[in-house]
Design a protein around this ligand. Structure first.
Ligand code: NAP
Ligand code: MG
Length: 404
């Protein structure tokens, strides 16, 4: 069989632990045999990050800016214990945080659905994609614990020396205070990424805040989205037959629960933090959650939403059989290859990505799955738990049949 050609390199970011093991299996079994894989390789494994003093992470993000599409393996975010374990000279920052800051992107998370696993919300028959604005608000707030009576004021001193001052509260007793901010530029980037991704995936976009209560702060989010939509995206949305819908956050929550899914739900930072955990749990398994970082100027970085699955890795190192689910990591590859194919006009590559995903779904529908999923299936009589490599080989068989 002739291998499928690629023209532009795909930025490949390797990672750590069990997902690094899966990464190699996926490439060996599902990619190399079929695609003349053209990647620019960056090793974001912790050993290499230490060796390059984290330069490799920055370089991989710059390469993503240059080429436009990346695929990333899960990586360790070092904490104190990891500093000892890996003998690190510094507690290197989260690679995801570094890449997100450079690309100025928004993360979109969507579950992979299969027939045998029913979401906790019965009527959710299509995936719900959550877009979280990962900048500012309470995550960058300044807080103060008030210990006794006194006046709290909101003061802003302009660069020109002008002053805004308003009393927040005249405390007659102890209490708490918090100062939050966000930036127009960040809100605008968030809006662009959301509209762009809605067009890309041909899904409706929902956005919600509490603008009835927060008449300046949340109102700014609402107006920014509406303004950018009207000026730059409305025509394209009309052409595709998709809609942009704004509502209050409490109304949105009620509508989401009653919906059948199939749209993107854009959330402010805190709402996105909370709602993405709720939505992903309701859909089933973290191992079936995909994630893509989209920058406002249309650069894409695909990955799995889960981590490096440390516990499985230590069992693997001891030579024990592991049944780690590679689905989200495979879909990161298929997502990235499809996007590369679309951008470069390579229909073979796009079709390969589709078939790879179909082969994965077919394998699961045939009852062959990793242990984590078996636990979620209602009718267990017709399913079989296999280890990671056997699962990947079962996908390969089905992929080969589709490609021949
Ligand atoms: P995790 O790697 O997502 O794993 C948590 C647990 O979820 C696992 O122990 C496993 O449960 C289950 N699980 C997750 N993915 C699975 C899969 N593909 N197949 C089967 N089971 C799966 O989260 P963590 O243990 O909190 O973090 C481990 C490391 O990953 C940390 O160093 C963290 O910094 C890093 N991390 C990286 C990213 C990223 O790069 N995007 C994201 C999150 C965490 P059982 O053990 O019960 O089977
Ligand atoms: Mg959270």
């Amino acid at each position: 069989m002739k291998k499928i050609k690629m023209t532009t390199p795909l930025v490949e970011m390797d990672g750590d632990e069990m997902t690094r093991i899966l990464w190699k299996m996926i490439k060996d079994e599902l990619l190399y045999p079929f695609v003349d894989l053209n990647t620019e390789y960056y090793d974001l494994g912790l050993v290499e990050r230490e060796k390059t003093r984290d330069q490799v992470t920055f370089d991989s993000a710059y390469a993503t800016q240059k080429y436009g599409v990346a695929v990333k393996c899960a990586t360790i975010t070092p904490n104190k214990q990891r500093v000892e374990e890996y003998n690190l000279t510094e507690m290197w920052k989260s690679p995801n945080g570094t890449i997100r800051a450079i690309l100025d992107g928004t993360v979109f998370r969507a579950p992979i659905l299969i027939d045998s696993i029913k979401p906790a919300v019965r009527n959710w028959t299509k995936p719900i994609t959550i877009a979280r604005h990962a900048y500012g608000d309470i995550y960058k707030a300044t807080e103060h614990r008030v210990e006794g009576p006194g006046k709290a004021e909101l003061v802003f001193t302009g660069a020109d020396g002008s002053e805004f001052r308003e009393t927040i509260y005249d405390f007659e007793c102890g209490g708490v205070l918090q100062g939050q901010y966000n930036k127009d530029s960040s809100i605008e980037s968030f809006a662009h990424s959301c509209f762009q991704y809605a067009i890309d995936t041909k899904q409706d976009l929902w956005f919600a805040t509490k603008d009835t209560i927060s008449k300046k702060y949340d109102q700014t989010f609402k107006l920014t989205f509406q303004d950018i939509f009207d000026k730059e995206y409305k025509a394209k949305f009309d052409e595709l037959g998709i809609t942009y819908f704004y509502t209050l956050i409490d109304d949105a929550v009620a509508r989401v629960i009653r919906s059948e899914g199939g749209y993107i739900w854009a959330c402010k930072n805190y709402d996105g933090d909370v709602m993405s955990d709720m939505v992903s749990t309701a859909f089933g398994s973290l191992a079936m959650m995909t994630s893509v970082l989209v920058s406002p100027d249309g650069k894409y970085e695909y990955e799995a939403a889960h981590g490096t699955v440390t516990r499985h890795y230590y069992r693997y190192l001891k030579g024990e059989d592991t049944s780690t689910n590679p689905m989200a990591t495979i879909f990161a590859w298929s997502g990235a290859l499809r996007k590369r194919g679309e951008l470069d006009g390579l229909s073979d590559l796009v079709s390969f990505a589709d078939k790879l995903e179909e082969a994965c779904i077919d394998t699961l529908n045939d009852g062959i799955m990793t242990k984590d999923l078996v636990g979620l299936v209602v009718d267990k009589s017709s399913v079989k738990a296999v280890n990671s490599i056997d699962f990947i080989r079962a996908i390969r068989e089905r992929l080969e049949a589709k490609l021949s």
